[in-house]
Write a protein that binds this ligand. Structure first.
Ligand code: ZN
Length: 231
């Protein structure tokens, strides 16, 4: 319920037979499926959506509901700078984003909190239904506002500093098990450093790590995964 709501609020899902961008939706679906098949946590029903938004962003909701914006995919395709690395394909770059989000979902970042809050939401709705058999419309809009708060809260929880480092690291492990070059996660941080320096200039509220910090950690992870290669 939260996923459909957030997808439409973020710009809407692009279908795989969309004449202009369907090929990107297919790519997202394919790469997501390959990575999810190697995810260590079974039982999650992963879903991957391409969202019609220009912003360089991607997100996940607990339970494995993942989205990546068209803007980020197109901008990564447009970026010709290899940042001193071997040429990486768009598939590898998309995999760097999706594997990070899969790791958030798999590690249940924010999951327990949203589950508890959704339970409270259900209780409130049930009680209102029992005791206030009156203004249905008012009840719906208040419940929807509460649901939006839960969704926002859950997205914010996915962005703590430790969770970001953890999702980067296990995302790279996941890429390696799916036979996708984990160096793409280093490329992704170079990309963010290049294009979003102003956005991340100060580590706001000390909860969101700078791309520089994540870049260095991703290089370390790459070295752990490939002791024979030079970063
Ligand atoms: Zn993240």
């Amino acid at each position: 319920m939260a996923y459909q709501r957030l997808l439409s609020k973020s710009g809407g899902r692009i279908s795989e037979d969309d004449p202009a961008n369907g090929k990107y939706a297919q790519l997202v679906h394919q790469v997501g499926k390959e990575l999810a098949a190697k995810s260590p946590r079974d039982g999650l029903n992963y879903e991957f959506a391409l969202v019609n938004s220009d912003a360089d962003n991607a997100w996940c909701l607990p339970g494995g509901k993942i989205a990546i914006n068209l803007g980020l995919v197109l901008n990564m395709e447009k970026e010709t700078n290899d940042f001193g690395m071997e040429k990486l394909s768009l598939k590898e770059k998309v995999a760097a984003v999706l594997s990070h989000e899969i790791s958030h979902a798999s590690a249940r970042h924010g999951g327990r909190t949203i589950e508890r809050n959704l339970f409270i939401y259900a209780v409130i709705k049930a009680l209102r239904y029992l005791f206030e058999n009156g203004d249905q419309e008012k009840e719906h809009s208040e419940a929807d506002r509460y649901l939006d708060k839960i969704i926002q809260g859950s997205l914010a929880l996915c962005q703590s500093r430790e969770h970001e480092y953890e999702a980067d690291k296990y995302g790279m492990h996941l890429m390696k098990s799916a036979n996708i070059n984990p160096r793409a996660a280093i490329w992704l941080m170079e990309y963010f450093k290049e294009h979003h320096q102003n956005l991340f200039g100060i580590e706001f509220l000390s909860t969101h790590p700078l791309p520089e910090g994540r870049l260095e950690k991703n290089k370390e992870t790459f070295q752990e995964l490939n002791p024979q290669k030079v970063v």
